[in-house]
Structure formats: structure tokens, C-alpha cells
Design a protein around this ligand. Structure first.
Ligand SMILES: Nc1ncnc2c1ncn2[C@@H]1O[C@H](COP(=O)(O)OP(=O)(O)OP(=O)(O)O)[C@@H](O)[C@H]1O
Ligand SMILES: [Mg+2]
Length: 386
């Protein structure tokens, strides 16, 4: 068919610009935790995110007994399959993340180089900062900006190194389910993203202390103006509360876990007086037991706050503490942390700014703090790879 020249030109033009109008590939954020798997799929329309699919499934034995690495991987695979089936997820691309003691995040001042130059020399430049054999890790970096130190021009850089085996483990899990791993991020940076997509233009300028309490690992970070300035993983987490109960009461893990979910940390004199007046000795006893790991967790947070404040000569104020992860739901922990660090504490809701809140009625409304990492992964811009 012969088309008039202008129309033929237009057809050619449309062919060439077809890509931006084609449907973007669906991608899911998958947080593969030691306790549970969280999956989130979101869609960006204009500047608003809407929630498409989400689900959580346990990745532990029903009695939470010890598992071998192979069993653990199988439990994760089954949990992902379960969520995919239940939520009818059709996306094939997945973004996941790693954290814990096989991941190192360091703020390093390198001599001024271009992105390309640093890419070529990163293995060599990074070696002094990484406590593992350099051949065993994947390294990635992000240049934060230029600074002058001792009269010489340097650049502040976030250096991330993760052991190849833990990255491979996550890749293997996703591949086994039939998903294509497109990005492997770090939990703390996913949290930074999650906090940023849920903050208004004004709120993003604030400084947040983010405490993501998982079963085994707690990610602590301080985010200033949308960028993490302190990133640490500590190993006082939700299981520390279970272990404290188990140790003190000499009962098994399952019973301890039940008591952890049931009893609260009593913070105010009124709460303690009420338990006394009611003759509720068990509540008083449990609170005393639970205070001990809570105190240790606060000490770790205080260490990060002190470190952050010594980084600058001007006084730096932290505006808010966000508690994320399943461990954030420990009754009374928010109040206890607030009473100790004297900064307002909020249990994070990573869906607070979504365009379609009605979808949440279908889910378990009390556990959204658990989705913080998965939301950060699901809202990663493609190409925005660390
Ligand atoms: N309502 C609740 N009260 C107290 N603790 C809770 C509550 N709900 C869940 N938890 C605890 O939260 C923990 C799981 O949190 P989460 O799902 O964030 O862990 P995870 O991401 O799988 O772990 P990790 O990041 O360490 O690998 C468990 O220890 C569980 O007992
Ligand atoms: Mg986690």
C-alpha cells in the first residue's frame, strides 16, 4: 500500500517511538527473609504508586525448628510459589535484596575519579575496606559527591560488597521458581527507597532513624534528605526476645514465641501499676524479661545516632524513628524506644501514600511494617541499580 508521504513519515516516526508507549515490564519486589517472604508489585502512574499485588508467607518450619541450608532454600521456594499462586502474580522479573553479616556497606572517601575510572579500579581501591577475600565478593559503589579533605579533592562514595554465595543463593531461589532476577539490592537501600516514596517533598528533607527488625537481623540506618548516611546491621532482632523468654522461663521456642506475641513491654508507671493492681504477675515478669533485649537494641541505635552526630560539626537532629519489619509489632517496643531515645517513634506503613488504599482491606491490615523492604524493591526505578 502506498501511503501519502506525510502519513508514511508519521508511521515511521511512531515505529521509532514505539518503545516508550509499550507496556512496561511487570516486576515484583521479593524480600526473602529468614522468617517470611514478602512480595509486592506496584505500578507508577504519573507520580503516584498504586499497589497491584502483595502477599506474605512463612519461610520457616511450622514449629520453627532448626533448618539446614537446603531445607531453608526449599521453604523459601515453596513460600514464593504459594504467594504467586494465591495472588495470581504474572510478573516474571524480580528484584530482591541481601543483608546481614555477609554484606558490607562502607562510606569511603576516594581520590577524585570519574565513574568509569572508579569502575575499572574498584577491586583494588575497595580491598582495604572489605574484611573478606576480594574474589569472594561482588562489589558495587555509588558516588555521593565531592568533598575537600586536607586540601585535596576527594569524593564520598558508598561502597557495597556482598559475598557472592549469598547473592547466588537468592538468585537460585528466584530461578527455581521460574523468575528472572533483574536486580539484587541491599535491604537498607530498599528501606531508604521505601521511606522516600512514602514521604512528601517536605518530609523527605527530614532525618529519619530507620530500624527494620527481622527475625535474626536488624537493619539500622539514618536517612538524611532521602540518602542513607549511616547503615548498619546488628544481630539483636525479634528472635532475641524469643530467646530471652526461653532462657528465663526454661520453656520451648514455640511457647516463648507465643508469649512474645502476647505480652507487652510495660513502659509507663500507669501500665506497671495497672498490672500490679490486677495481680498480673505474668505480665510484670514478661515485661522485665523483654526489657533486656529492648535495652540492647536501643544501645545499638544510640551508637548509630552518636556516630551520625559526630560526623558533622553542626548539631544534627533526628526528626523521627520508623520501626519496620515484623519485629516492629512487638507490643510496647515503640513506646519503649521513644522513652529512651526521646525521638517520636512510628511503626512504618510502607503503603501510606499509595493511590489505591482500598486494596489493603483484602490483606492482613496489621502487618504492613513487614512489607517495608519489599515496597522499596518494587518501587526501584529500572537502571537505578546499586
Ligand atoms: N505481632 C507481633 N509481635 C511481635 N513480634 C512479631 C509480630 N509479628 C511478627 N513478629 C516477629 O517478627 C519476626 C519476623 O519479622 P520479618 O518478617 O520482618 O522477618 P524476616 O524479614 O523474615 O527476617 P530477617 O530480615 O532477619 O531475615 C518474627 O520473629 C516474628 O515473631
Ligand atoms: Mg527482613
Amino acid at each position: 500500500m502506498n501511503l501519502p508521504p506525510q502519513i508514511a513519515q508519521l508511521v515511521e516516526l511512531l515505529k521509532n517511538i514505539k518503545m516508550p508507549f509499550s507496556k512496561p515490564k511487570e516486576v515484583v519486589g521479593i524480600d526473602i527473609g529468614n522468617y517470611s517472604i514478602k512480595i509486592v508489585q506496584m505500578k507508577l502512574s504519573g507520580d503516584k504508586w498504586s499497589l497491584e499485588k502483595f502477599g506474605v508467607a512463612l519461610a520457616t518450619n511450622p514449629d520453627q525448628s532448626e533448618t539446614t541450608p537446603i531445607e531453608k532454600r526449599q521453604l523459601a521456594v515453596e513460600a514464593i510459589k504459594k504467594i504467586i499462586n494465591e495472588q495470581k502474580i504474572t510478573a516474571k522479573d524480580a528484584i530482591t535484596s541481601v543483608s546481614g553479616n555477609s554484606v558490607i556497606v562502607r562510606y569511603v572517601k576516594f581520590p577524585k575519579l570519574t565513574q568509569e575510572q572508579l569502575s575499572k579500579t574498584i577491586q583494588f581501591e575497595a580491598e582495604p575496606f572489605i574484611p573478606f577475600p576480594i574474589a569472594d565478593v561482588n562489589i558495587s559503589f555509588q558516588i555521593l559527591g565531592d568533598i575537600t579533605e586536607d586540601g585535596s579533592q576527594k569524593m564520598e562514595t558508598i561502597l557495597v560488597a556482598a559475598k557472592k554465595e549469598i547473592i547466588q543463593n537468592k538468585i537460585d531461589i528466584l530461578t527455581e521458581v521460574g523468575l528472572r532476577p533483574v536486580v539484587v539490592d541491599v535491604d537498607s537501600f530498599a528501606l531508604e527507597n521505601s521511606i522516600s516514596v512514602n514521604a512528601s517533598e517536605e518530609e523527605i528533607k527530614n532525618v529519619y532513624l530507620v530500624i527494620n527488625i527481622g527475625v535474626a537481623t536488624t537493619n539500622i540506618s539514618i536517612i538524611e534528605n532521602g540518602t542513607s548516611r549511616v547503615v548498619r546491621d546488628v544481630f539483636i532482632a525479634s528472635s532475641s526476645f524469643t530467646k530471652a523468654i526461653q532462657r528465663n522461663l526454661q520453656i520451648d521456642w514455640k511457647q516463648s514465641e507465643e508469649k512474645k506475641l502476647k505480652f507487652s513491654i510495660l513502659v509507663t508507671p500507669e501500665e506497671k501499676e495497672k498490672a500490679l493492681a490486677d495481680g498480673n504477675d505474668e505480665a510484670l515478669q514478661l515485661s522485665t524479661i523483654l526489657i533486656s533485649p529492648a535495652r540492647e537494641l536501643v544501645a545499638e541505635c544510640q551508637r548509630s545516632i552518636d556516630f551520625y552526630q559526630t560526623q558533622s560539626t553542626e548539631e544534627k537532629k533526628i526528626n523521627k524513628v520508623y520501626l519496620c519489619g515484623g519485629g516492629a509489632l512487638k507490643k510496647g517496643l515503640d513506646k519503649y524506644i521513644e522513652s529512651q531515645v526521646r525521638i517520636p517513634v512510628e511503626i512504618c506503613n510502607p503503603f501510606s501514600k499509595i493511590a489505591n488504599p482500598e486494596i489493603l482491606a483484602a490483606g492482613d491490615g496489621t502487618k504492613f511494617s513487614q512489607y517495608a523492604v519489599a515496597v522499596g524493591l518494587a518501587t526501584r526505578k529500572r537502571g537505578d541499580v546499586r
